[in-house]
Design a protein. Structure first.
Lengths: 365, 203
């Protein structure tokens, strides 16, 4: 998918600005806090209906304004798309594709496959299972609309179940029928999510190995290991077995919300044995695998967003990353950099890229 | 805002306490009533003061009614043995508008949602079971919204009715839950970005 035009109105620090893109590579330079990352986040928002950084849409609205609007013209082969997402305070989000309202996020995500790489990813993805599940979720929702539905149903029921367990405890009663109804409602989505996650991770590992080796030039074997309580078990049976535990802890102790995704290098936990350089190669390799996987599954070229990565990588890795990007495996790539002109120089030449300089939410060049 | 009259201020405050009405609209409505030459204010006042005294809930179906039994429960033309279960009076009125249902209703008064502190005991489920046994109900139509809480409520009721010789059906509206626009918390982290420790990337 190729983004041809992007208009931001009241989005974060943008009052009103229009970008026109002609090339496959786009560089956005500017000092920190000027709006480089916000431009990338707007593109991510178009694709996912969610900011990469901010949980609530309300915090995406420009100070003192009541709404924001992200408006894009896109092309995929001969097809042209006009995509608008807006949010007015108190009225919620609206997605419009070619003038037609889309009612559900699950029906929208996947139109514009996207991968976002930020300097924070290394820290985030190494910090916990929740973060790694979000990464897996964000990959799978772009491929399978049922995945978001299953996740939403599962999580809503999980919240209800936990609230019920707490209510049992607080008011000292027990309603097995109601608990069973909610547990049953979680079962099908739990097994569905477990199955999809399992097959994703199996297919992911060879791709990860390839990208890791390319970036790091190392010989280590790297892998993701997925472990779930549901591996070889039935959700309902496990819930019954853990009934007493749930009662006492007032929490649901069994389910895919406990899934673990762990990173390994040479069959040992990555975090404990890898050098800083290896960690970075791993995370970049992981994100590029996400790209390759989305591309293979959707038969579309995802948009790749690279936020400030050159500042944080050593010369060797930057060069290898760029050599990857230069090849035709990638579609449109947006790169931000604080160093005006550096990225432009690195990817040598004005003729193959669009260059923007941003200050205070405005294009200045 | 400063009011020259306390009476006006009280009225504006009362109107503005209604859902969906802001201070500005409330003031406009209040001034309209003050300036109106007809007896609009008196008619409205009368209707409002009678509301709480005279309106009650039907002892059978829990619909709003002027008498102990609502007009639908009283009507001999209504088919016996068939009950349509709805969440609230608005849903009842919507189904009545279609003029395609000829049985009677039972209003639950909400949906089971532990998050909101609503359990089965807060709904009219016990009276439903009583009615089914006493009125010889043969068919139940679940006209409950296809949300997660709606599904929970439907399944819970059907569980409670297990073993009875009943025909249970639902109004097919298509499951529409999951993946709604405002419903994708699972795609962002619960921790906000500002709470994160910046990662220092050395080499
Ligand atoms: Zn009645």
């Amino acid at each position: 998918m190729i983004l041809k035009e992007l208009t931001l109105v009241n989005f974060k620090n943008y009052k009103e600005e229009k970008f026109r893109f002609k090339h496959r590579l786009i560089t956005i330079s500017g000092d920190n806090g000027m709006g480089k990352t916000n431009a990338l986040d707007a593109i991510y928002f178009l694709a996912m209906g969610k900011s990469y950084f901010v949980g609530s849409d309300r915090n995406l609205i420009h100070t003192d304004q009541e709404f924001f609007r992200v408006d894009a013209r896109l092309e995929e082969g001969d097809e042209k798309f006009h995509l608008v997402i807006k949010n007015r305070q108190g009225q919620g989000k609206e997605i419009e594709l070619n003038g037609v309202r889309i009612a559900r996020l699950a029906d929208h995500i996947g139109l514009v496959p996207v991968v976002f790489i930020t300097p924070d990813d290394v820290h985030t993805l190494l910090s916990g299972n929740e973060e790694r599940r979000v990464f897996i979720n964000n990959t799978l929702v772009q491929l399978n609309p049922q995945y978001l539905d299953a996740l939403a149903i599962y999580n809503r029921n999980l919240k209800q179940r936990n609230a019920l367990l707490k209510d049992f405890w607080d008011k000292q009663y027990w309603d097995q029928d109601l608990l069973d109804v909610i547990t049953d409602a979680m079962s099908a989505p739990a097994h569905f999510i477990h199955g999809v996650r399992t097959s994703l991770i199996n297919q992911f590992n060879p791709v990860l190995q390839e990208y890791y080796q390319h970036i790091s030039q190392g010989r280590e074997t790297v892998s993701l290991i997925y472990s779930s309580q549901l591996d070889g078990n039935n959700f309902k049976d496990l819930s019954i077995k853990n009934g007493q535990k749930d009662k006492i802890t007032q929490r649901t102790s069994v389910g895919i919300h406990k899934d673990e995704i762990n990173f390994f290098m040479n069959n040992r936990p990555l975090k404990d044995f890898a050098s800083q350089g290896q960690l970075k190669s791993f995370i970049f390799g992981l994100k590029l695998s996400q790209y390759a996987y989305l591309k293979a599954q959707t038969h579309k070229e995802p948009i790749l967003l690279l936020d400030d990565v050159f500042d944080k990588l050593d010369q060797g890795r930057v060069e290898r990353l760029l050599s990857l990007m230069g090849d035709t495996n990638f579609g449109q790539i947006f790169i931000t950099d604080t160093h005006i002109g550096r990225t432009a120089q690195l990817i040598n030449g004005e003729e193959i890229a669009d260059h923007f300089t941003i200050a205070g939410g405005k294009i200045t060049n | 805002m400063r009011y020259p009259s306390q009476t006006l201020e009280k009225l504006v405050a009362a109107i503005a306490s209604l859902p969906g009405i802001g201070k500005k609209t409330a003031l406009r409505l209040a001034l309209h009533l003050v300036q109106d030459k007809s007896d609009k204010a008196a008619v409205l006042g009368n209707a409002l003061s009678r509301l709480k005294d005279e309106i009650r809930f039907c002892i059978h179906c829990h619909a709003l009614s002027d008498t102990d039994e609502c007009s639908i429960c009283q009507a001999p033309s209504r088919k016996n043995g068939v009950l349509c279960i709805v969440e609230n009076i608005r849903d009842l009125m919507a189904i009545e508008d279609t003029a395609s249902f000829h049985g009677r209703y039972h209003i639950l008064g909400g949906l089971i949602s532990p998050i909101d502190g609503i359990g089965p005991a807060d709904l009219n489920i016990e009276t439903l079971i009583d009615r089914i046994d006493k009125e010889g109900i043969e068919e139940l139509i679940m006209a409950i919204s296809p949300t997660i809480e709606g599904e929970t409520t439907s399944f819970y009721i059907s569980k409670k009715l297990a073993g009875r010789n009943l025909r249970l059906t639902t109004i097919a509206r298509g499951v529409s839950f999951g993946g709604e626009l405002e419903y994708a918390d699972e795609l962002t982290l619960s921790r906000s970005i500002s709470a994160r420790i910046p990662y220092k990337m050395g080499t």
